[in-house]
Design a binder for this molecule. Structure first.
Ligand code: FDA
Length: 496
């Protein structure tokens, strides 16, 4: 309620926010979490909470009147469709040179992501977070994060026999014949549940094309893991459809201004609360946008010059390959990827063998590559337009394409195959207009101290993907979770 006081306020309910809330509550602190998206706990008229990728409806996109599918063409035809404007689950946020996909709702990105739960290789960690003690991370915080998230791996024997991973087996064959290491990738999806889906004994989710707009079964999103444990402490409350717009110092505390939203995105009430401590966990983009604006408009003028800097796209780039008729990838594809091709050391690319769960045979192999793209962008306040801009350039994807090609040019040449040109436009090979993995904007040990403190303002902290300087060499959420575990442990021990 407006006028209330809370000891700890957390902005956002993704990985960073959920870790912070759980650990603060376990330490005896009452926590209030503010989330601009919906709760995603109530079924629609079809009895389902989430819609699937084949029939996107009002639940699919955050305040858009037309879908903006990452893979927006099929057989050269556009697949986007009109939808009612609604506070849907997936935000396709457009900046000048890039579209940044993000989850919206209680659980943040965990609601919409593929659940691929990858710990970076130890030898690559120094490039990911140079100021962090790697021994501590690999001995304590990565194991803690993996346990808290419920990470598991597909049973290799089942993998080899199930129809729904034919596409991954084709991916393995082609990778190995070209001499690339093929790796199983852990995931938070409940693998026992998926085996039961394939056996026909439970309702299908991964096997029904559910992923980008939420999974009705099987996926262990944060709602089932960290947030469930946080709520069970009795010390954590969550306000969905509330968006933080300001955090200002006020007599040793912070005044937090919050818009209450309705499901068409209008502000229906403005509330003000005070908090002793505020944890920015609005995601790389959300946290950066708030901090950049609050600094530039004189609300938090003491924030340092690194605020808004060091943003990267984790080198994301997508592509498809057209297989021969003797290499079908399957009409039934699990929407949860379970494997990858590792060419990081030699070529700067780690490619996820991704599904194309259209429900029909496409003879396509589809990949999302994470690459060592060196470009970093900066957020800045555009006073005339009243918004925060990001100066990423579309041409900055070029190094990512070159790195991905170190894998797929070789495979195409070995297999006598070609790239698909019908998935991202008319005759367009590369999905190079987007990222799923925004990282940075309030980088650890630069914009904050080495534990996420915004030191000019005691009691303000960053705990999410904004801390990570643009690349994690693999999919990022395990690293975001592990870093949050490390930082919150220190903050609880020394600041409370
Ligand atoms: P996160 O974005 O999760 O949470 C931030 C929350 O804050 C959101 O719920 C948002 O609505 C809320 N918020 C923002 N501004 C606010 C404000 N002003 N007031 C209140 N609330 C606000 N990663 C991975 O490791 N493996 C994978 O398989 C995938 N796959 C994948 C697929 C797709 C389609 C996407 C979009 C993303 C992925 N990711 C992924 C990326 C992963 O989901 C992402 O890195 C994390 O969710 C980021 O966690 P954070 O805690 O930083 O923020």
């Amino acid at each position: 309620a407006s006028g209330a006081h809370v000891p700890a306020l957390v902005i956002g309910t993704g990985y960073g926010g959920s870790v912070a809330a759980l650990r603060l509550a376990q330490a005896g602190v009452d926590v209030h979490m503010i989330e601009m998206g919906m709760a995603w706990d109530t079924p629609g008229s079809d009895g389902k909470i989430f819609c699937n990728t084949r029939e996107p409806d009002y639940r699919s996109y955050w305040l858009r009147t037309r879908t903006k599918a990452p893979l927006n063409y099929f057989l050269g035809l556009p697949i986007d469709r009109d939808i009612p404007r609604h506070t849907g689950i997936l935000d396709a946020e457009e900046f000048g040179g890039i579209t940044v996909y993000q989850g919206r709702g209680v659980g943040g990105g965990s609601l919409v992501n593929g659940g691929m739960a990858v710990t970076p290789k130890r030898e690559n960690f120094g490039a990911v977070l140079p100021s962090v003690d790697a021994d501590e991370m690999y001995d304590v915080y990565y194991p803690r994060a993996n346990a808290g998230l419920g990470v598991g791996t597909v049973d290799p024997a089942w993998f080899d026999s199930t129809a729904c991973y034919q596409y991954s087996r084709v991916g393995r064959k082609h990778a190995q014949r070209s001499g690339f290491p093929f790796v199983f990738v852990p995931d938070v999806y409940d693998w026992d549940y998926m085996e039961q889906e394939a056996a026909g004994t439970v309702p299908r989710s991964a096997l029904a094309g559910e992923i980008l707009y939420g999974n009705n079964h099987g996926k262990k999103s944060l709602q089932q893991t960290y947030l469930a444990r946080a709520r069970a402490t009795g010390r954590v409350t969550v306000s969905p459809l509330h968006r933080v717009t300001s955090v200002a110092p006020a007599a040793g505390r912070y005044t937090v201004v919050i818009d209450q939203l309705n499901t068409t995105g209008d502000t229906t009430a403005v509330k003000t609360v005070t908090a002793d401590r505020v944890f920015f966990a609005a995601g790389s983009v959300g946290t950066s946008k708030l901090l950049v604006r609050l600094k530039a408009t004189g609300v938090l003028p003491g924030l340092n010059g690194e605020i808004g800097r060091g943003w990267g796209d984790n080198g994301n780039v997508m592509c498809g390959r057209a297989n021969h008729l003797w290499d079908p990838t399957g009409a039934l594809q699990s929407a949860i990827p379970c494997s990858g091709i590792d060419n990081w050391a030699a070529g700067g690319a780690f490619a996820e063998v991704a599904p194309l769960p259209t429900g029909i045979e496409t003879f396509a192999s589809f990949y999302l590559s994470i690459t060592r793209n060196p470009h970093r962008a900066e957020f800045s306040w555009n006073a005339a337009a009243g918004r925060v801009d990001l100066n990423w350039q579309a041409s900055w994807k070029r190094p990512s394409i070159d790195m991905a090609r170190t894998i797929f040019d070789r495979i195409n040449s070995r297999e006598g195959t070609i790239y698909r040109t019908d998935l991202f436009g008319v005759y367009k090979i590369w999905g190079d207009h987007l990222t799923y993995h925004p990282l940075g904007g309030a980088v650890l040990n630069r914009a904050t101290d080495n534990y996420g403190r915004l030191t000019a303002y005691p009691g303000l902290y960053v705990v999410d993907g904004a801390l990570i300087p643009g690349n994690t060499t693999v999919n990022p959420f395990v690293t975001i979770t592990a870093l949050a575990e490390r930082n919150i442990e220190r903050i609880i021990a020394t600041d409370l």
